[in-house]
Design a binder for this molecule. Structure first.
Ligand code: BGC
Length: 636
């Protein structure tokens, strides 16, 4: 009745509509466009003088900056949020990121370079011409770009235990990143997983602090490179130690994300364990890291991005970290009390650069307001910006115009050779009854089955083209494990393949059946699982293959140890291949004995669910023996 009455009054509707429109525009203007006017201080051009020491250049630049320009430097904005590139200079944005899967429409090296160049040029057009950082997650190679070399995920590198190899991989990754114009990678991950149910186990080297420290430093050094092209430039690409801290020790069921179980959960605030968690970060800081990412987890009750004791007091004051601390994704705004309070808390806790996936305008306004109100000191802002600028100077960004040239290294033959070697070194031999491996030269018939045998997407895992990975064989230049077997097999070995293991029962038995099975790609909390086991389909495939083969070898293509205790007695051989990436032939090199098994388990392999989480000293939750201990690995 009432609605009918109102609808009959067009002027009333028009008036209310206009009022609403004006209100919304005023709100929008205030929230997103209003920035207080500031009189810029006189410009001190000494920051451009490459002959001066970096700290002097930073002093000169800081003295030339307005508050807005400083606060803008503290914003790391997701590239899809920047609708108007002029905002790069209006807000003085400090960094841009391509969140997982955030690629240019033209997903080629040229497409990436164009996109990065636009942001770079727009940032250099600002009053002081401060170049923005551009960051991406090149977690196992520059996997976001089709055609890149996709290296084994870190868990496989942990199994290799080879720091020279890890340094080479990181160097190659750095080359491929730089070719796309990117200056910053969010790696290496230094998390240490205690619970195989966590969806990020494969992103870690190991649960052993000493191994993580050793490989983390090797990776950082390889990625950042030793550059001496100018007196100031220390790095070719900036690395990031993540996720600070205690990531991997969150309790099951504690996630702050309703879709997840353990990722983004709570790490018990245990000061006794803190030195163990700090160990790899200390090693990375001592090796010259200039960026650390704070995790999405909580430390006890406190969201880590707001943990002053751990960020300011421990990382910066105690460990002497001189670089900048960046927050992860939306974590700052997950600090309770609204966005203003969250920004104040995080910055006062020591976060220097805030990752802003969805907006930056309110951030800049809030922080400027907080300084005016005395909620954040000018000194804290200067310290944050000094740290960010230190990394930019270390990258030589001020001492060149635009991007470094494309060296056409992406997916190069040399890099693929490093990756193939890495695959071979990452394999771990877990069972080898009757010396079924290496496959003998006189194997006449080899039957191969399983959903991971001829699926590059599965063997590459997540953070490959898409955040959650891809399914199938459409990664240019890559080799599936099956294709690798065909390439390496001796001439007299016939290979038959059926994904589901449906071979004719009337045909003669195969000498060896090779079941290549495992997990579908997953990233972050989407990979949290209550029961990490092989799926029914895989088990059926294995059973079918078993029935038509004299001996059976299972190759697991997984991001974590799966619970296989009940199945293991039925298999003659077992190999963990982790997530090998684009060079599947590395698996064949070892299976056919061209190379030996050298890998060892980077973490203990649980026998039952009741054993997890497992501590560093390998003691299990229920006190029983694990299936296999850390560093287990058979040799030929
Ligand atoms: C992840 C980080 C990653 C960031 C940027 C977050 O969801 O936790 O590891 O660096 O996204 O893509």
């Amino acid at each position: 009745m009432f609605l009918k009455h109102v609808l009959r009054k067009p002027f009333l509707i028009l008036g209310v509509g206009l009022l609403l429109l004006c209100g919304m525009s005023a709100w929008y203007w205030h929230m997103y466009r209003y920035l207080p006017e500031e009189v810029p201080p006189p410009l001190n051009p000494r920051y451009r003088d490459a002959s001066l020491p970096t700290e002097e250049r930073i002093d000169a630049l800081l003295a030339s900056m307005t508050l807005r320009e400083k606060v803008g430097q503290m914003a790391l904005v997701e590239k899809n949020s920047v609708w108007d590139k002029r905002d790069m200079s209006t807000y003085g944005i400090g960094g841009i990121l391509s969140g997982a899967g955030a690629k240019p429409d033209d997903n080629t090296v040229g497409g990436w370079r164009d996109m990065v160049n636009q942001f770079d040029t727009a940032s250099r057009a600002s009053r002081l011409g401060i170049p923005a950082l551009y960051g991406a997650d090149a977690t196992h190679g520059h996997g976001g770009v089709p055609g890149a070399t996709v290296f084994p995920h870190f868990i496989g590198l942990g199994a290799s235990g080879d720091s020279t190899l890890v340094r080479d991989i990181a160097r190659a990754t750095g080359d491929e990143i730089r070719d796309t114009g990117i200056t910053w990678s969010y790696s290496p991950t230094l998390d240490m997983p205690k619970d195989v149910r966590w969806g990020r186990v494969y992103e870690t080297f190991s649960d052993d602090p000493a191994l993580v420290s050793r490989l983390g430093v090797a990776y950082l050094e390889g990625l950042q490179g030793a550059v001496s092209t100018t007196t100031q430039q220390k790095f070719s690409v900036l690395g990031t130690l993540k996720h600070y801290i205690g990531a991997g020790s969150m309790a099951w069921g504690s996630s702050s994300n309703k879709n997840f179980h353990i990722d983004q959960g709570t790490t018990p605030a245990d000061s006794v364990r803190l030195p163990t968690y700090l160990n790899p970060f200390k090693a990375g800081v001592d090796a010259g890291a200039l960026s650390v990412m704070v995790g999405l987890n909580s430390w006890g009750e406190t969201k880590l991005s707001g943990e002053k004791h751990l960020i300011q007091d421990t990382l910066k004051d105690q460990l002497g970290f001189k670089g900048f601390v960046v927050s992860d994704w939306y974590s700052v705004y997950e600090i309770p009390g609204g966005k203003y309070n969250a920004s104040v808390t995080a910055i006062n806790a020591g976060v220097d650069m805030v990752m802003l996936p969805f907006e930056y305008q309110t951030f800049v306004q809030n922080v400027m307001h907080a300084v005016a109100e005395g909620d954040i000191s000018q000194g804290r802002i200067d310290d944050a910006v000094r740290r960010i600028l230190r990394a930019k100077f270390a990258l030589g960004l001020f001492d060149r115009e635009g991007l470094t040239p494309d060296t056409h290294s992406l997916g190069s033959r040399e890099h693929r050779a490093v990756a193939r070697k890495a695959v071979a070194e990452s394999l771990v031999l877990l069972k080898n009854e009757h010396d079924v491996l290496p496959l003998r030269k006189d194997v006449g018939l080899l039957r191969v089955a399983g959903g991971s045998a001829d699926n590059i997407g599965k063997q590459a895992g997540a953070w490959t083209v898409e955040w959650q990975g891809i399914d199938g064989n459409w990664l240019p230049g890559a080799t599936s494990i099956l294709a690798g077997l065909r390439e390496v097999a001796p001439k007299n070995t016939k290979i038959e393949f059926d994904e589901k293991g449906n071979f004719s029962k009337d045909a003669p038995l195969a000498d060896v059946g090779l079941a290549i099975v495992g997990e579908k790609p997953y990233a972050e909390g989407w990979g949290d699982t209550a029961l990490p086991i092989l799926g029914a389909e895989d088990l059926e495939t294995i059973a079918r293959l078993r029935a038509v083969s004299r001996t059976l070898v299972v190759v697991l293509v997984t991001g974590r140890p799966l619970l296989i205790t009940g199945e293991l007695p039925k298999w003659d051989g077992l190999v963990s291949a982790w997530l090998p990436g684009s060079e599947g032939a590395g698996v064949a090199d070892v299976l056919f004995g061209k190379k030996s098994f050298t890998g060892t388990l980077p973490l203990p392999w649980p026998a039952t669910l009741e054993q997890v989480p497992i501590k560093e000293d390998e003691s299990t939750t229920d006190g029983s023996e694990t299936l296999l201990p850390r560093f287990f690995g058979l040799r030929y």
